[in-house]
Design a protein around this ligand. Structure first.
Ligand SMILES: [Zn+2]
Length: 246
């Protein structure tokens, strides 16, 4: 657990005292507790100065990393020295909302090191309260300038949702929760021509990009202030290329 998370947990254990919470996290906490326009920069935690970049530069860096990955020219990452640099904090240059599918692996797909990407993964890469809260933390506390919703070809979660809706069946265990979150995109593309799975996968990405952009009060304000860009893409399984769609 990181220093900031430990401090946050400690503040929760002490009870809902606002003073205790702010004291434990200092100026960084104010950004999250007060919410916009208080996107104060956390100057204490920039172990990777090269990650303190504006949204467009972050997207460019992400795509250049993917280009290296596609060509098979990924860099060698010196995890030993990075471990030491990241003991005191983190300042990832991008947050990724990705599917949990084992074939995606955002850190590999964007040829990135530790401390570069703040990754939330859930089958079907949808934004719910938990993933939005996690990304709010990245934006408000860690000053992350870019969020990317990353869907992918042949997504099992989207496929299962299509089948469940078509057959009018209820999946076992907790899977209905996934279906409920992905169903709007499936229903919206049900009558579209072409590949139904790909259409629904793309719509799911586009819808969740919109959901993040309008997530008040933190993400929407950061977007309005030009401090945050939120985009969407599809990962191609065959060659590893990430195609921007939103
Ligand atoms: Zn998937």
């Amino acid at each position: 657990m990181c220093t900031q998370c430990r401090a946050y947990e400690a503040s929760l254990r002490r009870g809902p005292s606002r003073r205790g919470f702010l004291r434990s996290l200092g100026g960084a906490a104010a950004a999250l507790a007060v919410v916009p326009p208080a996107f104060a920069k956390d100057t204490k935690s920039s172990p990777k100065p090269q990650n303190d970049i504006p949204p467009d530069a972050a997207l460019d860096r992400l795509m250049k990393g993917n280009a290296r990955y596609v060509k098979g020219g990924s860099r060698r990452h010196d995890f030993k020295s990075e471990r030491e640099a990241l003991v005191g904090g983190q300042n990832p240059f991008a947050g990724i909302l990705s599917c949990a599918d084992s074939r995606i692996a955002p850190e590999y797909a964007f040829d990135s090191g530790r401390g570069d990407l703040f990754v939330c993964r859930v089958a079907g890469n949808f934004a719910n309260d938990d993933t939005i809260a996690s990304l709010e933390y990245a934006v408000a506390i860690l000053n992350t300038p870019l969020l990317l919703v990353l869907g992918h070809e042949s997504c099992g979660a989207v496929s299962a949702t299509i089948k469940s809706l078509k057959d009018n069946t209820t999946l076992p265990g907790h899977l209905p929760s996934l279906v409920a979150n992905i169903a709007p995109a499936v229903k919206a593309t049900m009558d579209q021509p072409g590949d139904q799975l790909l259409n629904a996968t793309k719509r799911n990405v586009v819808d969740n990009v919109a959901k993040l952009r309008s997530a008040t009060p933190i993400l929407s304000a950061a977007v309005e202030q030009g401090k945050l860009k939120i985009v969407g893409a599809i990962y191609r399984l065959g060659d590893g290329k990430v195609e921007m769609i939103a």
